[in-house]
Design a protein around this ligand. Sequence first.
Ligand code: GLN
Length: 291
Amino acid sequence: MKTYNDVYLETRRALRFAGVEDAGFEARILLSAAADKRPEDFLRDLRLYPGEDFVQRSKEYLDRRLAGEPAAYIAGSWEFHGLELEINPNVLIPRSDTEVLTDAAIDFLRRRNGARVLDLCTGSGCIGLAVAAAVPDCRVVLADIDRRALMLAKRNALRHKLSQRVLALEADVLAPPARQLGQFDLITANPPYIPTGEIEGLDPSVRDYEPWTALDGGGDGLDFYRAIFARWLPVLKPEGCLALECGEGQSEALRRFGARAGFTEITPFRDTGGTERALTFQGRIQSESDI
Ligand code: GLN
């Protein structure tokens, strides 16, 4: 008879052999989902003997992973900024790179009380919910064009007991915001930013499984940033902050958009790989035509 630990070691070995980078981590994610346990409970129970259904399910999950499906979709959950979030193929899997933007946003809110936050292209809700969890007196609107993503984001808000301060709103960033939205102290966004022509060349685990609507940023990848600067600044308070994630090599273009829109304080934030991954825009001088 095998213990959970035996299955864990076999799974880890198979993942390693297939070239999965963080094989131990992924094995724990897949097997705790197969056991229907939280990862910490799975680790506690490693010396126990699982039932046959666990053994079957763990094989199925391993096969799916080896066929290229991301562990987050198989397990149906993923951790972001310390929050365990439900994840499904309607949304992008939260990347650790996005914690850079999230930390910058949280840092800005430390100086504000009772702030209103708008998280555009929210997907799973990861940024907005991490902000809501870290800043107890802020109120957050999670916005997305996809209703299925919004339903998921709402479940994630409930799961973390944040729904009293978090609303979900259907909104298309490429169109103007609804008038009744009011103004926000902080707007965050990790919009689709991959140039359309580059999507085919992405890693198959991204290209074949993640939603293209969450990746495709138009011809040069910058369509959503253009729309945010052109249309969404009226819902940012004059003393507010806009915080955007961007792709490699895009930060220069974003600085230009920001400067042209009148922002005087533009701050870049680098990810662990040294790439300028997020920018915050503050100190906006409004032109006559804005007022
Ligand atoms: N960072 C994601 C990737 O490289 C893309 C996310 C996005 O387009 N917002 O796959």
